[in-house]
Design a protein around this ligand. Structure first.
Ligand code: UDP
Length: 230
C-alpha cells in the first residue's frame, strides 16, 4: 500500500516501517505553481536524513531510521496529524501577509503557529480550541507538539548556524507512534525552512519568487550539511 503526495511517495514496508521516496517535484502556493527539478528529491532526502539523524542523537524523537540513497528514507510509521506546526524567529511569508512588518525583522520570542493541512482552504491557521473542537488532537497533544516544536527549532538554529546559515522560520509535521508518543515526521529541508546568509536566500523562496535556480542553493545547503554531520 502506498500514498502519493505532492513531493513524496510513502510506501508501507510492514513491521511498523515506511519507505519515503522523495520526488523531484517542487510546488508553491498550495500546489498552484509546480515544476520538476532534477536532483531535487535526492537532495531533500539527504538533507532530511542528515538533519534528523543529528536530531535523533540530540534526543529528539524523529521518525528517521536510515537513508537509502539516492532518494529514500526508511522511517517509523506514524499516524500523522493533518497539521503544520510553524516556528518563527524572524518575520517572513504568511506572517507578513497576515500581520504586516518587514522581512527579516526579529520576533521578540519564538512564535509557534498551527495550520490545518487543507490546500482547498489554503491551510487555515488554527488555535488549540479549533484543533480540539475538530477532534484533530487532544489539548495535551497540542501542548506537547508546541513544546517539541520550540525545542527542535532551538536545536535546528544551532545546527544551521554551524552550517553557516541564519534560520528564519520552519515547518514541522508530527505523528503518533505505536506507543502513543508524539514524534517528528515528514521532512526538514530548504522546502520547509527559511535559510539566509548575508541577505542571500537558500530556500524555497528562490522558487516562490522566481529568483533563479533554486537547485543551486539546495546543493549548497546539502554540501554544508555534509560538512557538519558526517
Ligand atoms: N511551509 C512549509 N509548507 C507549507 C507552508 C509553509 O514547509 O505548506 C514552511 C515555509 O517554507 C516556511 C515556514 O513554513 O519556512 C513558514 O511559512 P509561511 O507560513 O510564512 O508561508 P509561505 O510563505 O510558505 O506562504
Amino acid at each position: 500500500m502506498s500514498y502519493e503526495g505532492k513531493t513524496k511517495i510513502v510506501e508501507d514496508a510492514g513491521e511498523g516501517l515506511v519507505l519515503i521516496h522523495f520526488k523531484d517535484d517542487i510546488t508553491a502556493g498550495d500546489g498552484e505553481k509546480h515544476d520538476v527539478m532534477e536532483q531535487k528529491g535526492a537532495m531533500c532526502a539527504e538533507i532530511t536524513a542528515r538533519v534528523m539523524g543529528w536530531l535523533n542523537k540530540k534526543g529528539v524523537p524523529t521518525h528517521f531510521i536510515e537513508f537509502i540513497p539516492p532518494r529514500t528514507l526508511k522511517a517509523k510509521k506514524l499516524k500523522m496529524f493533518p497539521l503544520e506546526v510553524v516556528v518563527r524567529y524572524k518575520k517572513a511569508g504568511s506572517f507578513i501577509r497576515r500581520y504586516g512588518g518587514k522581512e527579516g525583522e526579529e520576533l521578540s520570542f519564538p512564535l509557534v503557529e498551527f495550520f490545518i493541512k487543507d490546500d482547498e482552504r489554503h491551510d487555515p491557521m488554527v488555535c488549540t480550541d479549533h484543533i480540539v473542537l475538530m477532534d484533530i488532537a487532544t489539548r495535551e497533544q497540542v501542548e506537547r507538539m508546541a513544546e517539541l516544536a520550540a525545542d527542535i527549532a532551538m536545536k535546528l538554529k544551532e545546527y544551521f548556524e554551524m552550517a553557516g546559515y541564519d534560520l528564519w522560520d520552519m515547518k514541522f509535521e508530527f505523528g503518533v507512534d505505536e506507543n502513543g508518543e508524539i514524534v517528528l515526521g515528514d521532512e526538514i529541508s530548504p522546502d520547509t525552512l527559511r535559510l539566509r546568509k548575508s541577505g542571500e536566500i537558500f530556500d524555497k523562496d528562490v522558487y516562490r519568487k522566481d529568483l533563479g535556480d533554486p537547485m543551486e542553493k539546495y546543493r549548497e545547503v546539502l554540501k554544508a550539511c555534509r560538512s557538519i554531520s558526517s
